[in-house]
Design a binder for this molecule. Structure first.
Ligand code: PRP
Length: 208
């Protein structure tokens, strides 16, 4: 699968195993979501563009680089919210634009309920944050929204991805890179990722 990047990093794998455990409590679960989000974003942003600058050290002038991009984080409510804090630790000036989608339990199709994007785009690159890429419907709908907004550089940063969701993304938006902690086996008959970690929203917010 091209343009899909499961993390090769042992720290991510270690934290993911704890995240999956059914007895990991919400506080620990949130910490892990935050930490994994930061590690995956480090990998996902390796190609951000920079411009050369000069920096005065106490002793001399050194060449340096400055990020050129205006970065927007787009967490998909609710589960993507917990990833924001981790990414903000790496890029505290990133704008955050929330998109509210929930999956209709019967059809598994995403339903949009919150979107306050201004008319003109205010960022040059967006990172969509959502721990779960299941059928892929929510991610595809979010990319449709961002493309209509006028952003062309879009990346998806998730934690678990099902093959079904990756396939749907690649059918509709093949140019959008998908960064994940891992690709899981499949979806069950209710659209849940297997072996998965349960419901990432409920486990973060203690609502399960
Ligand atoms: C979950 C998850 C994703 C979506 C993934 O959200 O956080 O947003 O489902 O499924 P998909 O790839 O099949 O679209 P959910 O609808 O449970 O809402 P919540 O985060 O508010 O709990």
């Amino acid at each position: 699968m091209s343009n899909v990047f499961p993390s090769p990093h042992p720290l991510v794998a270690h934290k993911l195993a704890i995240l999956r455990r059914k007895d990991t409590d919400p506080q620990h679960f949130r910490e892990l979501i935050r930490e994994i989000a930061a590690l995956l974003t480090y990998e996902a942003t390796a190609d951000l563009s920079t411009k050369p600058i000069s920096v005065e050290t106490p002793l001399a002038v050194a060449p340096g680089l400055e990020l050129q991009e205006h970065i927007g984080l787009v967490p998909i409510l609710r589960a993507g919210l917990g990833m924001v804090e981790g990414v903000w630790e790496l890029m505290p000036n990133a704008q955050v634009w929330h998109i509210g989608l929930y999956r209709d339990e019967r059809t598994l199709k995403p339903v949009e309920y919150y979107n306050k994007l201004p008319i003109e785009p205010t960022v040059s690159v967006t990172l969509i944050l959502d721990p779960m890429l299941a059928t892929g419907g929510s991610a595809v709908a979010t990319i449709n929204i961002l493309k209509r907004w006028g952003v062309s550089k879009i990346k998806f940063v998730g934690i678990l991805g099902a093959p079904e969701g990756i396939e749907l993304m690649q059918k509709h938006h093949p140019e959008v890179p998908i960064h994940l902690a891992v690709i899981d086996e499949k979806l069950n008959e209710h659209g849940f990722i297997l072996p998965g970690l349960g419901d990432a929203g409920d486990r973060q917010f203690g609502t399960g």
